[in-house]
Design a protein around this ligand. Structure first.
Ligand SMILES: [Fe+2]
Length: 331
């Protein structure tokens, strides 16, 4: 079973025109007039903005605007057949173009045969005193950010641990890291992204967590910190609300981030310089969730006014396998 990453995100929004304008300014390329809500990224992934109640949207239990369907790209027909055979045992599958769709934990997921398009990235070398990797060469100058890939999608979900176990037991996702009582980071088996999916605890004691199934944010990958901040500056110049926190770096996955409040629901995150991992990665548990959240931030939010205690541990193989190896019968 090789799920290789996010093929498409479908948003359900109350105001499609403002959401489409937002993602155009964000740097996504409109696919054309025939499908005005469709945007494409360099690797061929898509974002589709649809109005709430659009016939193309599957029924979902997600509350509020945001992503209402995640389409996973599957590398080959045999893997797609294996996924369908597995899920078809106890779930109703709907055949769609290039694959099938199913509802899990109230979230519509589809699984589509996909070969990503290749693209080029060439991040500038980084200089440091005594370590000159860029002599007589200035960094690239840019006008716009152009996200190349969809790195991950995040939902707040009431039973986030059960949902995580299901993704691992039935769909081959790997556990990358855990924030105790807060969230679980999951990687598709055919991807080296630290995570493609994050399930947050909808009941966590954190702003915006109200116990309901909601879309939280999606992460769009850019080349480096320059492209990330060029994008953020451009969005502010276009009148969009800036991030309260500004530029930051997560400790979990080491990624640079800039979150923009999105009129399509939740937030849209520019991301760069994340950890890439494979099955040699040893998952960690951050029992002080905010220690995992932030390495640094430009503006210190109220919830980080006191530096979190330094604390984490590596999970044992038995802890990682707990509740997964034997599989689960249903969601
Ligand atoms: Fe993120």
């Amino acid at each position: 079973m090789a799920i290789i990453g996010i093929r498409r995100l479908r948003y359900a929004v109350s105001d499609t025109s403002v959401a489409r304008r937002f993602f155009t300014d964000f740097g996504l390329a409109p696919a054309g007039n025939e499908r005005p809500g469709l945007f494409t990224l360099a690797n061929g992934a898509e974002v589709e903005i649809l109005g709430t109640g659009d016939a193309a949207l599957a029924p979902s239990d997600i509350v509020g605007d945001g992503v209402h369907e995640v389409a996973w790209g599957v590398s080959d027909e045999a893997s797609l057949d294996a996924l369908a055979a597995n899920l078809g045992q106890d779930h109703a599958l709907e055949q769609v173009a290039d694959g099938f769709r199913v509802q899990l934990f109230g979230i519509p997921f589809s699984f589509l045969r996909w070969t990503p398009q290749s693209f080029a990235n060439a991040p500038d070398a980084v200089n440091a005193p005594g370590c000159v990797r860029r002599l007589n060469t200035h960094r690239k100058w840019r006008r716009r950010a152009r996200p190349k890939v969809i790195n991950h999608v995040v939902f707040r979900i009431p039973d986030f641990e059960e949902a995580s176990r299901f993704m691992r037991a039935r769909l081959g996702f790997r556990l990358s890291d855990v924030q105790t009582g807060f969230g679980q980071y999951l990687r598709a088996s055919g991807s080296n992204n630290h995570h493609n999916l994050l399930f947050l605890n909808a009941n966590a004691n954190f702003p915006g967590c109200d116990g309901q199934l909601r879309f939280d944010h999606a992460n769009f990958g850019v080349e480096d910190i320059d492209e990330l901040m060029i994008g953020a500056n451009y969005m502010v110049r276009r009148g969009w609300q800036p991030s309260d926190i500004g530029l930051g770096r997560h400790r979990i996955d080491s990624a640079l981030f800039y979150y923009l409040p999105s009129p399509a629901g939740g937030e849209a995150e520019y991301g760069a310089d994340a950890d890439y991992v494979d099955d040699n990665w040893v998952p960690r548990e951050f029992d002080v969730p905010l220690f995992g959240y932030s390495h640094f931030t430009h503006s210190v939010p109220a919830f980080l006014e006191t530096e979190p205690a330094w604390s984490f541990k590596y999970l044992t193989e038995a802890q990682v396998a707990e509740g997964v190896a034997e599989g689960m019968d249903n969601v």
